[in-house]
Design a protein around this ligand. Sequence first.
Ligand SMILES: Cc1cc2nc3c(=O)[nH]c(=O)nc-3n(C[C@H](O)[C@H](O)[C@H](O)COP(=O)(O)OP(=O)(O)OC[C@H]3O[C@@H](n4cnc5c(N)ncnc54)[C@H](O)[C@@H]3O)c2cc1C
Length: 348
Amino acid sequence: MRDFAYARAGTAESVVGTLADPGTSVIAGGTELLNWFRLGIAAADNVVDIGGLDDLRGIARDGDDLRIGALATLNEIGEHPLVTQAAGALASACLQAASAQIRNRATIGGNVLQRTRCPYFRAEEPLPWPCNKRDPGSGCISLAGRHERQAIFGWTQDCVAVQPSDPAVALAMLDARADVLGPAGPRTIPMREFHLTQREAADAGQPMRETRLEPGELITGYRVPASAEGQAYVKVRERASYEYAIVSAAAAVRLDQNRPDQNRLDQNRPDRNRIAAARVALGSVAQRPWRLTLAEAELPGTPLTREALIPVIERAMADAAPLPQNGFKVTMARNAAVRALLTAGGAS
Ligand SMILES: Cc1cc2nc3c(=O)[nH]c(=O)nc-3n(C[C@H](O)[C@H](O)[C@H](O)COP(=O)(O)OP(=O)(O)OC[C@H]3O[C@@H](n4cnc5c(N)ncnc54)[C@H](O)[C@@H]3O)c2cc1C
């Protein structure tokens, strides 16, 4: 661990100024950054603590949106009544992340910038194997080694890692936007485009780029459209808590029941429980949350039953390209998507 200078930020604008220096890092909760320093994934001469910036705090209704400050912790978001009522998938994703202690510290601004859990990438320096993320041009040992937890969409020969954030999947599914402040002023990034697959990054000529955040930009908060749809976040993992997802799925469903109490399941008339509109995204299957847009186009009119949903999701996942060891993730992700849709619609 190298020494670094520590300073508390006075304003968001002043942070953006200091971030222009590549030797400066922002710290929020520190649950990722300090691990990177320890492992040798990152190093900085100056660390600027943004924890005292009140403008980046808070959760409030703003017109049709929920405005969630970048410094809101995962526990604050998961337990906030506005979020549980109008963005339930996000609340659930936050509460299923990490452990209670980490959720009290981990911010939603830092969460979407967390790096992959690929064990080859997370090794302590000096790295005993090639990893293009750690040492560009050295190769990807995971392709020839273990890759059962890696991507089934959007990977390249350069890297097969996945983005492990739970909240990012819900934010992408809910069409949230990140408010960002940078040297060129404020701008907005749609969360379904915030992360890049390896294929998208390579096509843009920056194979190791992971997000659309530019150097020097600060996330100030998120705008999440408030929704009356039923919502769910399903996380499949090796143990019930304090564990990253193998795969996950976030869904929102509005039922078409032609009656005033729409979106409530009619147990006696299953034929009436048809989907009017639905959104669904997968997590831990690519280096970005994976919206199943083909399924979203096909789901209106589909009965809310497992039998009817499976072929729709399978068609939407037909372009999955699993690696030799992770074909099981295709089936697991399909089942997670179906379960998230059934739960969001009230049928499970
Ligand atoms: C043991 C463990 C288990 C975990 N399990 C899960 C899990 O199951 N699911 C899950 O989703 N996550 C999980 N996490 C990840 C955790 O949620 C993130 O580490 C946390 O949210 C990061 O937020 P932070 O405030 O601590 O970020 P920091 O560590 O402070 O910063 C992380 C990065 O983000 C940058 N950054 C922070 N805030 C901003 C901002 N506002 N604008 C621009 N850049 C910023 C920093 O410069 C740094 O590069 C786990 C973490 C640990 C340590």
